[in-house]
Design a protein around this ligand. Structure first.
Ligand code: 9WO
Length: 247
């Protein structure tokens, strides 16, 4: 997958590109990330990329032309027609479904804004999509772009190992993860559920399903709309409603 990123602070992406899963995806050739700084496309010697808003008001607005030329310089470096995404609180909410939709694109260009925003004419003429990672305002679109890059990288075939990929399935299957435990068996006076120490794989699987269900039921019951309860979960809910707390 090829991702171009337009940002006034390309150095910020060094962090996500040099460590962890994204760096492994880059090294393996599953992912290619290119950066372009709108300041390099400014028309004047002061490398101006922002100006006062027409109509007055506080702050500055990012000019369309440097952003557009930065995005076009990236598009010229890939043989496919990138989907251009502006990161903004006004965008459609990022969720796993949006990730699955975007990860099948051959290429993306992510546009990270700053100041009070970007000229509307860039949004209407040079953006195909707008994505939000949540209803809050940050200092720029870089961190949301990194979140999206990480979520996409995990879904590129070959990037995750089998174990990690299986863990991912639970979320796409519409359930939260259940509780995890590892050594030591006794930690600050707390032990590990006996079922997990039993060696009985069927019992462990059932325990984990119950734990995932309980956590979903308590924290994100709306996820059940996406995937109705199965027969096992129906018994789990009856237990929970009777006050059973076996996981
Ligand atoms: C700022 C803003 C404030 C109130 C209501 C809507 C708003 N949109 C923006 C906006 O798009 N701002 C630009 C990008 C310029 C300022 C820094 N930017 C930004 C992007 N802040 N926060 C985000 C963002 C992006 C994606 N998901 C959550 C937040």
């Amino acid at each position: 997958m090829w991702i171009g990123i337009v940002s006034l602070f390309p150095e910020m992406f060094r962090a996500v590109m040099q460590y962890g899963l994204v760096s492994r995806a880059l090294a393996a050739g599953h992912l290619d990330i290119r950066l372009a700084n709108p300041r390099d496309f400014a028309a004047d010697k002061h490398r101006t990329v922002d100006d006062a808003p027409y109509g007055g008001g506080p702050g500055q607005v990012m000019m369309a032309e440097p952003l557009a030329q930065a995005a076009e310089s990236l598009a010229a470096r890939t043989h496919t027609a990138p989907r251009r995404i502006y990161l903004t609180p006004e965008g459609r909410p990022l969720n796993q479904q949006v990730v699955e939709e975007l990860v099948v694109c051959d290429s993306l260009i992510l546009i990270a804004g700053h100041y009070e925003g970007i000229d509307e004419r860039l949004r209407t003429n040079a953006c195909d999509d707008e994505v939000s990672i949540g209803d809050y305002v940050l200092s720029g679109g870089e961190l949301p772009a990194m979140v999206l890059v990480d979520a996409l990288a995990r879904r590129i075939p070959g990037v995750l190992g089998n174990a990690e990929s299986l863990a991912h399935e639970s979320f796409t299957a519409g359930r939260l993860e259940g509780a995890h435990y590892t050594r030591p068996r006794l930690w600050r006076g707390e032990t590990v559920p006996e079922t997990l120490l039993s060696g009985d794989h069927a019992a462990v699987e059932s325990w984990r399903a119950r734990s995932a269900f309980k956590r979903t039921y308590e924290r994100r019951p709306e996820l059940f709309k996406g995937r109705p309860l199965d027969a096992h979960e129906t018994t789990f809910i009856e237990d929970l409603q009777k006050g059973g707390d076996h996981a």
